[in-house]
Design a protein around this ligand. Structure first.
Ligand SMILES: Cc1cc2nc3c(=O)[nH]c(=O)nc-3n(C[C@H](O)[C@H](O)[C@H](O)COP(=O)(O)OP(=O)(O)OC[C@H]3O[C@@H](n4cnc5c(N)ncnc54)[C@H](O)[C@@H]3O)c2cc1C
Length: 375
């Protein structure tokens, strides 16, 4: 065991997955989490691993990063299952992006042409082909795009798995521990935890999601410019004869089936600061959008409503890499893509932290793009 400590601030999917990769390399790792691990955005997420369906026009670097993460995911999931003994419900059925009226079909076709031009693995399906794949879709569906490589995972089980795997490898998880500040004045970093002893680290990973900018003492030009973007999401219970096997996405909502019969339906995207209240309007908007595509959901039991705060950066791309102080590594700003990007973020961040070098894969996402410093 290497005795110099790595401290990860924040036990969401990003912090935990980096911690897991580091403990596997024999590092002495402590995760410091304000509440219980994985109870914020990473718990609430739908778990889509959606590269083709989610990334917008001209977001080529983000798309490439998502594709790289998708490539890693099957082994990442398998290895996590082996390390933790927990099944993460990796589903490779693919994603249907549906158009439920003529306007939506025109927009979908425009997106599809762009995707084909750039060799995305997508296929155009007619109404009949779409309904043959998912008979519970609305008969009003005009067409769809099938993204066979856009998979899904149960993010809550991933969190459980990561927690277990970190502990099994000898990592430390300090819960109910809020980091107030980091002190960079000495050789080591002193991590001040509210009401508790400080933790000493040679490297600190800042992975506190939407709260990352609240940690005092970070190099001022490298305080990550992230804000919370509120998402309300629902969980329904599928009951036969109702069935949905693929992730289904439309303009206003998406539906993500789990193998155990849960159906995740999301999500709003609201600029409401740190407000985490559930609202009638939010629930209505999500159900209305989902109902347009899959009318049969109206009979299903509504089992829960959740709210999460996505860490959105100024350009909506992740912020991952060293600050100007090589003891501070930033890993936040994953916005709508934190689950899919957790694999590549973890693997590349751990490599970078172990070698002390910047990751070529992550170069476009370096925190230096916001620092206005020539570093
Ligand atoms: C409704 C919704 C649906 C989504 N669906 C998807 C999806 O399908 N696919 C996808 O890829 N992404 C999805 N996302 C995005 C994804 O959830 C996020 O990008 C991801 O969870 C971010 O992970 P994180 O670890 O950075 O943040 P979080 O999960 O928020 O974790 C940050 C952690 O840091 C802790 N913390 C904060 N401050 C401190 C402090 N001072 N000291 C100690 N700990 C601290 C918090 O308590 C928290 O546990 C969705 C998000 C939402 C809200």
């Amino acid at each position: 065991m290497n005795e110099t400590a790595k401290v990860v601030i924040g036990g969401g999917i990003i912090g935990l997955s980096i911690a897991w990769r580091l403990v596997k390399e024999g590092q002495n790792v402590t995760v410091v989490e304000r509440g219980q691990v994985g109870q914020e955005a990473s718990r609430v997420a739908a778990g889509m691993l959606a590269a083709s369906a989610e990334v917008g026009y001209e977001e080529f670097e983000l798309y490439a990063l998502c594709r790289e993460s998708l490539r890693l995911w099957p082994n990442f999931a398998l290895e996590l299952e082996q390390d933790s003994g927990i099944n993460v419900d990796y589903r490779s059925n693919g994603t249907l992006i549906v158009a439920d009226d003529r306007d939506a079909a025109v927009a979908l076709k425009r997106g599809f042409d762009f995707q084909k031009e750039h060799q995305y693995p997508v296929e155009w399906l007619t109404r009949e082909e779409t309904l043959a794949l998912e008979p519970f879709l609305s008969p009003r569906i005009v067409a769809s795009v099938f993204a066979s490589e856009d998979h899904a995972v149960d993010n809550r089980m991933v969190i459980k798995g990561l927690r277990e795997a970190i502990l099994r490898h000898g990592g430390v998880i300090k819960e109910n521990s809020t980091v107030e500040s980091v002190d960079l004045s000495g050789t080591n970093v002193v991590v001040h935890v509210q009401g508790q002893d400080s933790v000493i680290a040679d490297t600190v990973v800042v992975a506190a999601g939407a709260w990352s900018r609240q940690i005092a003492g970070l190099p001022p030009e490298f305080v990550p410019p992230v804000r919370p973007v509120k998402g309300q999401i629902l969980e329904l219970k599928m009951e036969r004869p109702f069935e949905l096997n693929h992730v289904v996405r439309g303009r206003k909502a998406y539906l993500v089936p789990r193998t155990d019969g849960r159906l995740i339906v999301g999500a709003t995207s609201e600029e409401m600061g740190f407000d985490k209240r559930m609202t009638a309007g939010g629930v209505h908007a999500v159900l209305d959008g989902a109902w347009d595509m899959v009318p049969g959901i109206l009979d299903l039991e509504l089992s829960s409503i959740d709210v999460g705060l996505r860490p959105g950066s100024r350009d909506h791309q992740p912020i991952v890499g060293y600050s100007n102080d090589r003891r501070i590594f930033i890993a936040t700003g994953h916005y709508r893509h934190g689950v899919i990007l957790s694999a590549v973020t973890a693997v590349e961040s751990a490599k970078s932290i172990l070698s002390g070098n910047d990751s070529a894969v992550l170069r476009y996402f370096s925190p230096k793009r916001f620092s206005h410093l020539d570093v």
